[in-house]
Design a protein around this ligand. Structure first.
Ligand code: GLA
Length: 741
């Protein structure tokens, strides 16, 4: 049983493969954290608690036996009775000005499976795949309760946590902070590192790891989106960014808006880690009888470095987060016109692009920005989702029919949350965007953000999109979001509720996306926000793949995709081959390198295929063939990072089938080195006693242990940006086996 409650010592043990998490109810009702780490049998862990007096740590009646909340490892700490560390929750009682909360255990429930989270994206599990524990904590005055929910998955070292706050009193309360999780680690973790994924537009998710130091280390977004700058993920790791060694504790928020993640190392060397909606510019008024649900945080444990942490996250998200018929089926090979044409296209040009792609195995043609209203630049027409017949006579259906004739499905770009001031929608409804009366509306990319917290705004956009999606055979939608939020005010909310607007926007957006995917289950939705500005698990709940970055340069992508893979499955990482010199960085790389870097993601092309040389065209055929032959493995296999582009002059990764009978390996050497030594690439995840034939080689079979300990010989470092690709096939016949070592 994954959740075990021992009534004698009032201890909860949540156990799954390779991981346990334990808590205890103290005699006075406080809920303390006992343990999170490698699997432990349920047992008495009281000896691990420090229950003594410390100076300047207040305790009721100054009684050491009561113990100060300042020194207890609390499961959901609140402010006001002696814990001076970062609180998980803050409540203001406007009727008397109180900000104090003293939460005590008032009951718990254990159920099989995992209930849905009202209105929010979250992991899911069937009854036999998980168990959920809900612990209710109630303030000593009785008018506020918090339900702490823990779901433990039976086959993954993962836990999903969230909190639900209930107003049981007679007055409105104001929630000022309600994080999704808080974990107090004992001092043994004080030497850990705070690892996070941070960057900017076109260079998303670099890996940073720095040693914890006294005080708070944090990452956050105040942009109204999870952001390019910081991903809503961090990990506490024993060995910095080691792939294979040391404990690693991952925290990821299933949310796409403002967030805060932090680790606080206190004066007694314990570490508090927290993650949730950013309390900055947030408050929520809760009426008597109402409840507020926080987003979910996923907590993943690894006893063997970042590699195994990532594989658990990948499994969790592939099997328990991404939904819909399209998430499990092979992802189509697509060509997108954006980098080839920008806004400058008409039907003839698009058809010419498509014709040059026909017969190469490309399955989907995606029409990007510029097909609607007067959209010939980024200055106009967002919100007017009506085809521009001057560019596309006969409309989208005619184009889709022509594409079908060339053997390709049709995909379409939308930016549903946005409006251009120069648009019919804005002229009719200038108050439909986020704004603060009397203040200027700050533009970004010449556009404003529609107030998706308002049902009538959502309805109007939905109806426009629905009209197209019901009449045109669209099988893929690229859902963009090209600016962050400013002047976050909603014309629908009273003054005292304006700080709810950013979260209400997210709730409205999630409702809209849910409606969309339910109405069009056959459509594959791909998320995008100026590339990877909203690459988070909240989005993956609705859209199983996301455009990873506007930077499509293969060498930049080594870092971007490598960093993204720390949390997100390869199947979600959209990766395209684009033209050279690259549009974002001007770099020239070979077609082969661009192909190898892109083909282990959700593969596509973003260039004019007609302009390719014969050699590049032949290379394109080869890459498409590899992708087509192996995309099942690419979607489902276990992912291993082999060489880090952050620390070395190369990058390498591999994907191994679950049965360890097949693997794909990609290696990129970044800069040439004269007279370079013979180098080897040690593989991972193979069956040590298994035999593997390198499919493109001469048929010799090598043992898995040799491939992992000696490694694959790498070609000399001649030339910059040179890539290699290997397909390893389990050798099953005796003849195959004998031909190896
Ligand atoms: C964003 C996307 C691009 C492209 C443009 C179109 O920047 O990331 O891929 O769709 O918008 O305006």
């Amino acid at each position: 049983m994954p959740v075990h409650f021992c009534p004698d010592n009032r201890t909860f043990f949540l156990t799954t493969e390779g991981m346990s998490y334990a808590m205890k109810i103290l005699p006075h009702g406080r809920l303390v954290h006992l343990y999170w780490g490698a699997e432990l049998m349920p047992q008495d862990l009281d000896f691990s608690l420090y229950l003594n007096y410390r100076a300047f740590s207040p305790a009721p009646d100054d009684d050491p036996a009561q113990c100060s909340s300042d020194t207890l490892p609390l499961e959901y700490p609140a402010y006001g009775t002696g814990d001076f560390r970062s609180p998980a929750i803050e409540i203001l009682q406007p009727h008397d000005g109180s900000r104090i909360l003293d939460l005590r255990y008032s009951g718990h429930q254990i159920i099989p499976g995992k209930p849905k989270l009202q209105g929010l994206p979250a992991t899911f599990a069937a009854e036999e795949e998980a168990e959920t524990l809900t612990i209710t904590m109630t303030d000593v005055l009785g008018d506020v309760s918090v339900e702490l929910r823990y779901t433990i998955f039976s086959k993954i070292a993962a836990l999903a946590r969230s909190a639900r706050i209930l107003n049981r009193g007679e007055n409105i309360i104001q929630i000022r902070r309600a994080l999704s999780c808080s974990v107090d680690f004992a001092h043994s973790r004080s030497r850990f590192h705070f690892l996070h994924l941070s960057g900017a537009w076109a260079r998303e998710r670099d890996i940073f790891a720095s040693a914890l130091r006294p005080g708070v280390q944090s990452i956050e977004s105040r942009r109204g989106a999870s952001s390019h700058q910081h991903n809503p993920f961090f990990a506490l790791t024993e060995c910095a960014d080691s792939e294979d060694f040391g404990e690693a504790f991952g925290f990821n928020l299933v949310y796409s808006g403002n967030f805060l993640g932090l680790a606080e190392l206190d004066s007694h060397e314990s570490v508090r880690a927290q993650l949730g909606v950013n309390p900055f510019d947030f408050s929520w008024n809760l009426s008597p009888g109402d409840a507020f649900q926080t987003p979910e945080a996923t907590l993943v444990y690894s006893s063997a470095g970042l590699g195994s942490l990532s594989r658990s996250y990948h499994r969790l998200y592939r099997d328990h987060l991404c939904r819909g018929e399209r998430s499990k089926s092979p992802r189509p090979i697509l060509v997108n016109n954006w980098e080839a044409t920008g806004y400058d296209f008409d039907a003839e040009k698009l058809e010419a692009l498509a014709r040059s792609a026909a017969g190469l195995g490309i399955e989907l043609f995606v029409l990007d920005d510029g097909w609607f209203g007067q959209r010939n630049s980024d200055r106009t027409s967002l919100g007017d989702w009506v085809v521009n017949e001057r560019k596309l006579p006969g409309g989208l259906s005619r184009l889709a029919t022509r594409l079908k004739g060339m053997g390709m499905d049709f995909g379409l770009w939308f930016e549903p949350e946005m409006v251009s001031p120069e648009s019919e929608l804005y002229q009719k409804h200038p108050d439909w965007c986020l704004h603060v009366p009397g203040r200027e509306r700050t533009l970004s990319r010449f556009q404003l953000v529609l107030d998706f917290s308002r049902p009538e705004v959502r309805e109007a956009v939905y109806r426009q999109m629905e009209r197209i999606l019901r009449t045109v055979p669209v099988s893929y939608v690229k859902w963009d979001m090209n600016r962050n939020l400013t002047e976050i005010g909603s014309a629908d909310l009273p003054p005292q509720a304006q700080q709810e607007a950013a979260h209400r926007y997210m709730l409205g957006l999630y409702q809209f996306m849910e409606r969309m995917i339910q109405a069009f289950p056959h459509i594959l939705f791909e998320g995008c926000s100026g590339g990877g500005g909203r690459f988070d698990p909240g989005m993956l709940y609705y859209m199983p793949q996301i455009w990873t970055s506007d930077n499509s340069d293969a060498i930049s992508r080594l870092r971007i995709q490598y960093g993204t893979s720390v949390v997100y499955p390869w199947s979600s990482i959209a990766a395209h081959v684009s033209a050279v010199p690259n549009h974002q960085v001007g770099r020239v790389t070979s077609f082969q390198t661009r192909g190898h870097v892109a083909l282990t993601g959700a593969f596509g092309l973003e260039l004019d295929i007609g302009a390719l040389s014969d050699g590049d065209r032949a290379e394109l055929r080869r890459v498409i063939e590899i992708y087509r032959d192996h995309r099942g493995l690419l979607c489902e296999g276990d992912f291993y990072r082999l060489r880090s582009p952050f620390r070395t002059n190369e990058a390498a990764w591999m994907i191994v089938s679950r049965d360890q009978l097949e693997a794909l390996v990609v290696h990129v050497s970044i800069l040439a080195q004269p007279n370079s030594p013979q180098r080897f690439l040690s593989l991972k995840g193979l069956n040590p006693a298994g035999h593997y034939r390198i499919a493109e080689g001469k048929g010799a079979a090598f043992r898995g242990d040799a491939l992992m300990r000696v490694g694959l010989p790498l070609p000399p470092r001649e030339g910059d940006f040179v890539s290699s690709f290997w397909h390893l096939q389990g050798a099953s016949t005796d003849k195959d086996r004998k031909s190896g070592f």
